[in-house]
Design a protein around this ligand. Structure first.
Ligand SMILES: *Cc1c(COP(=O)(O)O)cnc(C)c1O
Length: 436
């Protein structure tokens, strides 16, 4: 399979180049030149397939020409080694729990899959690829955990000192082996600036093979489609109603993976993109004009995005035509006040604890279904475990919710991060002395 840039369909590259470069030089986004249709037998059989089996079959459809069957099976099965169960909340409303991976958020799917795919694409290469990642918290923990111990890769994570949560810092800054963490005396923007400068530094690039692991990498996007097929199978076990899927969205990677699953043949009645006060997308659907906004801080902070980076792919899928986009996707925005009320109400009425992101998703789904004549199953994504946002959840509910052991075990580990200034020459020196 080749991949083109959304800014120039004639610019086509191999899987290896798309995955290792991450971004095309023209600042577009890589997309597969064709989206494979899966056979009818696959859909008929979905309710009998495990998530891992689905992961293998979907991966083969995309990557079968580039990787061996054995490699694909290993990547898919080793990466997706946890479940994504459908949890019934009430009536025809379900949560798809995407937080059963090691860092308790759905980003584990993409990060674990991408790391293993990079490792296989680099097989036989003499030098490790050095993956540079700037993080404001969540992405860094999924990437660090995802790449931990993966052959052929060495990850350097930069985070702003004092500006990530305690839990996030413990997950990023306490690893050894092939993970190096730098605690930068500066802001997230400083971290990002250091990484960008390193990629443009010819001198450095001659000595080290650099790559990025950012969220728009195609190898992070495709694995997020697996659980859409899986949820369809779970719903089919219950009844044959049409399915509405509501995705709490920030950079719109998760939603885009669903749109791709639909193009592969998955029957979806309607997608709903639930957003917080960062409402660029519903405004675009309404007005037809896309206008990025500065991001604003909310309780569902992984969705605090004013210019969602995957929208280029959404526009590409629907011919840059808002009339077509509206046919497939609805969208609405919910503020922090509504988020708190929803967490409270769903706990009181149904005993289910939502995290702030899931709460935005639940609100959008319930409101959409209330206006529907058609009787459907509604599935919203619970993108993070509520314990990841323990402060917010406990404050709203007056609880002291338990922290799962896979998160707790990081809490007492000693920090291994190296403190550096935000000065580029210090960063470059560090890379050259560590890796040359
Ligand atoms: C990243 C993230 C989101 C947003 O996902 P996108 O793919 O960026 O739209 C939602 N919830 C949680 C918990 C996240 O970490």
């Amino acid at each position: 399979m080749k991949f083109y840039s959304t800014k120039n369909k004639d610019h086509q590259v191999s899987l290896k180049e798309a995955v290792l470069k991450g971004l095309p030089p023209d600042n577009g986004l890589y997309m597969p030149v064709s989206i494979p249709k899966l056979p009818a037998a696959f859909f008929e059989d979905l309710k009998n397939l495990s998530l891992q089996e689905i992961a293998c079959q979907v991966s083969s459809a995309f990557f079968g020409g580039d990787l061996s069957d054995d490699d694909i099976r290993w990547i898919a099965e080793d990466a997706i080694n946890f479940d994504a169960p459908l949890h019934h909340i009430h009536d025809s409303i379900f949560a798809l729990e995407l937080f059963h991976g090691p860092t308790l958020a759905f980003k584990d799917f993409g990060a674990r899959f991408m790391s293993r795919m990079m490792s296989r694409l680099l097989q036989g290469q003499k030098n490790d690829v050095k993956i540079l990642v700037a993080t404001s918290g969540d992405t860094g923990s999924a990437v660090a955990q995802g790449f931990y111990g993966i052959e052929g890769t060495h990850v350097v994570i930069l985070y702003p000192s004092g500006k990530v949560s305690k839990i996030q810092e413990q997950q990023i800054a306490t690893l050894d082996k092939n993970i190096t963490t730098l605690e930068v005396d500066g802001t997230f923007d400083d971290c990002q600036h250091l990484v960008k400068k390193a990629f443009l530094d010819m001198d450095l690039n001659k000595m080290l093979t650099l790559s990025s692991a950012n969220s728009i990498n195609i190898a992070r996007l495709i694995p997020q489609s697996f659980y859409y097929f899986y949820l369809y199978g779970q719903c089919r076990k219950l009844n044959s109603k049409d399915i509405c899927i509501c995705v709490p969205s920030g950079n719109f990677g998760n939603l885009t993976a669903g749109l791709i699953a639909q193009k592969m043949g998955l029957p979806v009645y309607r997608f709903i993109a639930a957003v917080n006060a960062n409402d660029t997308f519903p405004k675009y659907l309404h007005s037809g004009v896309f206008k990025p906004q500065p991001s604003v801080k909310t309780l569902s902070n992984a969705m605090d995005v004013g210019n969602p980076s995957n929208l280029g792919r959404v526009f590409d899928l629907y011919e840059n035509n808002v009339v077509i986009v509206r046919r497939y996707i609805d969208s609405d925005s919910y503020d922090d006040d509504k988020t708190r009320k929803t967490i409270r109400q769903v706990y009181d009425s149904h005993g289910y604890i939502l995290d702030p992101h899931g709460a935005v998703g639940y609100s959008a789904l319930v409101e959409f279904l209330a206006e529907q004549e058609h009787n459907v199953n509604g599935v919203f994504f619970e993108t993070a475990h509520p314990a990841k946002f323990k402060d917010t959840v406990d404050t709203v509910l007056g609880t002291d919710i338990p922290v799962p052991s896979r998160l707790k075990r990081f809490m007492d580990r000693p920090k291994t991060a190296t403190a550096i200034s935000s000065d580029y020459s210090a960063f470059k020196d560090f890379l050259l002395t560590s890796f040359n």
